[in-house]
Design a protein around this ligand. Structure first.
Ligand code: SF4
Length: 366
């Protein structure tokens, strides 16, 4: 009975080609006790690049977790019922022991995982990751709007594309490209998405989230040339329609149709919220900083950060306390439209529906 309900839910999502959900290993006993489905970690805040827009590397932490502690953190995720961990940074591949972590996730946990990297690593790391069982690799792809360019020329991310090709040759199951839609690349987003999809690469799309991060209040600091504003609504509408048509025809596009449909609105006003403004709601993703502290949001070290580390969540009842404090932090946020957070929320909503249905079933049997 429970299994049927999960399958029913899973199928609803499958219709929308939700790649992640398919890898979640939906066992009723895990789902029922799951506090949260997804997690993301900044393995390190250090990086071998210094990109102008990156806020992560601008905050240095006095102590970062050792690889042994990260491995322990993965076991805490597993005990909380987490189904997916995204490993990001900074640049995770600057840590030589990264393959040991991937191997632990693959062999000692039931979680799916992905690795986000700038692709500037050598053959030893590549071999290590493949041997460890790397499941999904995400490369950032910059898209340029230069008029008259050929398709491959408008994908200005040589290292990312080359690494995706190398990993394909090594049979890494999921290859993904992340595209940030900005005022600079509107003309080429759809073409690049189609080109990548034709190469067998999954595409995640997200509007540029200007000025939101450690300094949410300083929206005006963002570069005007990149921002999406109301004047871009019509173009975004057309892009959304074309992307939806591509997705319907089988293109490898990660965000759901609903996400794409709402792109013209939320992509310009960034007012989507991961929390309910009327009733306390739980964290969308569990996000852990390089020092093991829990974050309020992708790059916001809020009040919860001073109070909780991932290891505190081993204690019975602490997750609920963390959730309450998290909600107090989150309420001050004006919103965003990060695709990973939007889809994580959709999946968490499904988890809550599933739990309610199971509980209703128990009540009915009494
Ligand atoms: S709405 Fe939620 S996910 Fe978006 S920036 Fe605010 S806290 Fe983060």
């Amino acid at each position: 009975m429970i299994k049927q309900k999960i399958d029913k839910n899973a199928n609803n999502i499958n219709n929308e080609v939700d790649l992640l959900w398919n890898e979640f290993k939906l066992k009723p006993e895990i789902l029922f006790k799951a506090k949260v489905l997804e997690s993301s970690v900044y393995l390190t805040r250090r990086c071998n690049l210094k990109c102008q827009y990156c806020k992560i590397v601008k905050t240095e932490l006095p102590d970062e977790l050792s690889m042994d502690r990260w491995i322990e953190a993965m076991d805490v995720f597993e005990s909380l019922g987490v189904r997916f961990v995204n490993i990001a940074g900074g640049e995770p591949t600057i840590l030589k022991e990264l393959p040991r972590l991937i191997s632990h996730i693959t062999k000692k946990t039931t979680m799916a995982h992905s690795l986000v990297s700038n692709s500037l690593f050598g053959e030893t790391m590549l071999r290590g990751l493949v041997e460890a069982g790397l499941q999904a690799y995400v490369a950032s792809i910059d898209v340029d709007d230069t008029a008259g360019s050929k398709e491959d020329d408008i994908i200005k991310a040589g290292a990312g594309i080359r690494m995706l090709e190398k990993l394909r040759a090594q049979n890494v199951p999921y290859l993904c490209a992340n595209i940030v839609i900005s005022a600079k690349n509107l003309a080429n987003v759809v073409r690049v998405t189609e080109t990548l999809s034709n190469k067998g690469i999954w595409v995640n799309l997200c509007p540029v989230i200007w000025g939101r991060g450690d300094k949410w209040e300083e929206v005006e600091e963002a570069d005007n040339d990149y921002r999406l504003t109301r004047k871009h609504t019509d173009r975004l509408q057309k892009i959304a329609e074309e992307l939806i048509a591509l997705k319907k025809s089988g293109a490898l596009i990660l965000p759901t149709e609903q996400y794409l449909q709402d792109l013209p609105v939320y992509g310009t006003n960034l007012s989507w919220k991961c929390f309910s403004e009327t009733t306390p709601s739980a964290p969308t993703r569990l996000i852990v900083d390089a020092d093991g502290a829990l974050l309020t949001c992708i790059n916001m070290r809020g009040k919860v950060t001073d109070k909780y580390s991932i290891f505190d969540l081993k204690k019975e009842g602490l997750y609920e306390q963390f959730s309450t404090d998290w909600y107090d932090d989150a309420k001050s946020c004006k919103g965003c439209y990060w695709s990973t957070m939007v889809t994580a929320k959709e999946r968490n909503n499904m988890l809550q529906v599933f739990k309610k249905e199971v509980l209703k079933g128990h009540e009915a049997k009494r």
